[in-house]
Design a protein around this ligand. Structure first.
Ligand SMILES: NC(=O)c1ccc[n+]([C@@H]2O[C@H](COP(=O)([O-])OP(=O)(O)OC[C@H]3O[C@@H](n4cnc5c(N)ncnc54)[C@H](OP(=O)(O)O)[C@@H]3O)[C@@H](O)[C@H]2O)c1
Ligand SMILES: [Zn+2]
Length: 341
């Protein structure tokens, strides 16, 4: 790399291959900062960019929304951030600040300038990236860049959904799917004091799930998930991180009274619902998007405080294609992280 160029891993067309290219290092405009990317986690949602599932993506596009790095340049008008600070960027890639949602303080549902790194602007599969200051989370000293990156999407999404779920310490909380998100959800649920149940396909993940804090394990291939949760008294909350609507539907009957299924995983098949089940026992189904940059910062702080860490497999940036396939295959244990160093 020369002084003025950087390597980025881009996708040129929906479904096309990853391409390693050199680009000019961009300068941050007003309100933006430039981050020297150290690490970027590979989220299943990167398939939205890679396969062109998200509508309206402008290609070529650099994927990646689990970024950890160091601020190395600050644009005009940015207050509160200075070069040299460690910063993370996640799915919440900034907000407009003036739409009805933002003026209510609900930055997650900002509809005007909804920005997502790796989708609406170039993300973290790169040596440098530009991000709005409103997207930044401060990374605490003592948390490595490899550990921080997955907390910026997989971490915040599970942490923030659980802490806002209404479940209280001692309640039964089930985590459906033990992948990149799920293995963090199990840890957060355990550290929050929930009676934590891990649910995954096969027995392979059982011992890891128990090490991460699960008190119970259900093999969704060999056991009836709803019936097993019923034996435990029913779940107050099921955090569904699976990519299958069918799998979510099979767990629904395991909700206890006032139980809530939190849909986090993006499935391409529909979730079938028995309405009577919802009515009797006041059960509900809600979706949950990650959270704001301060929610990310809370996730990093909570992880520091309680020892929650992602289990990671690290690949250099130039092996992004292999790393992505490893995640998509379901073989990753549990988060794949790209590094530029
Ligand atoms: N709502 C949000 O804000 C948000 C944020 C990040 C990601 N997501 C979405 O969350 C999902 C999980 O992401 P991830 O990065 O954790 O992915 P991942 O590491 O690839 O894990 C995928 C999970 O899906 C399950 N799965 C895959 N195929 C399945 C099938 N045919 N039947 C049942 N389960 C299946 C796996 O279950 P087993 O453990 O049983 O193998 C695994 O736990 C993705 O859909 C992603 O797009 C949403
Ligand atoms: Zn993600």
């Amino acid at each position: 790399m020369s002084m003025s160029t950087m390597r980025v891993m881009q996708v040129t067309a929906p479904g096309g291959p990853f391409e390693l290219v050199e680009r000019e290092i961009p300068a941050p405009g007003a309100g933006f900062v430039r981050i020297k990317v150290q690490t970027c986690g590979i989220c299943h949602s990167d398939s939205l960019t890679k396969e062109g599932i998200w509508p309206g993506i402008v290609y070529p596009r650099v994927p990646g929304h689990e970024i950890a790095g160091i601020i190395d340049a600050v644009g005009a008008g940015v207050v509160g951030w200075t070069p040299g600070q460690r910063a993370g960027v996640g799915w919440h890639g900034g907000h407009c600040g003036y739409c009805d949602s933002c003026r209510r303080g609900d930055f997650v549902t900002c509809q005007i300038a909804l920005q997502i790194p790796g989708i609406t602007y170039d993300g973290g599969y790169a040596e440098f990236m530009i991000a709005p200051a409103s997207a930044l989370a401060l990374i605490p000293a003592g948390l490595s860049a490899v550990d921080a990156a997955p907390l910026m999407c997989a971490g915040i999404t599970t942490f923030n959904s659980l802490r806002n779920s209404g479940a209280r310490p001692g309640d039964t909380v089930a985590v459906l799917g033990v992948g990149g998100l799920g293995h963090l959800a199990v840890q957060f649920a355990a550290k929050m004091g929930f009676k934590t149940v891990a649910i995954a396909r096969g027995r392979d993940k059982e011992s890891l799930a128990r090490k991460l804090g699960a008190l119970y394990y259900i093999d969704s291939q060999a056991q009836d998930v709803a019936a097993e949760l019923g034996k435990l008294g029913g779940a107050r909350v099921i955090v569904a991180t699976v990519t299958s609507g069918k799998a979510m539907g099979a767990a629904l009957g395991g909700l206890g009274v006032n139980g809530k299924l939190i849909v986090i995983g993006v499935a391409d098949d529909p979730l079938e619902v028995n309405g009577t089940l919802l009515i009797m026992g006041r059960r509900s189904i809600v979706g949950w998007p990650a959270g704001t940059s301060i929610d990310s910062q809370d996730t990093l702080s909570f992880s520091m405080l309680t020892g929650v860490r992602p289990m990671t497999e690290v690949f250099p940036l130039e092996r992004a294609s292999e790393a992505y396939e490893h995640m998509m295959s379901g073989k990753a244990r549990f988060r794949v992280v790209l590094t530029t160093e």
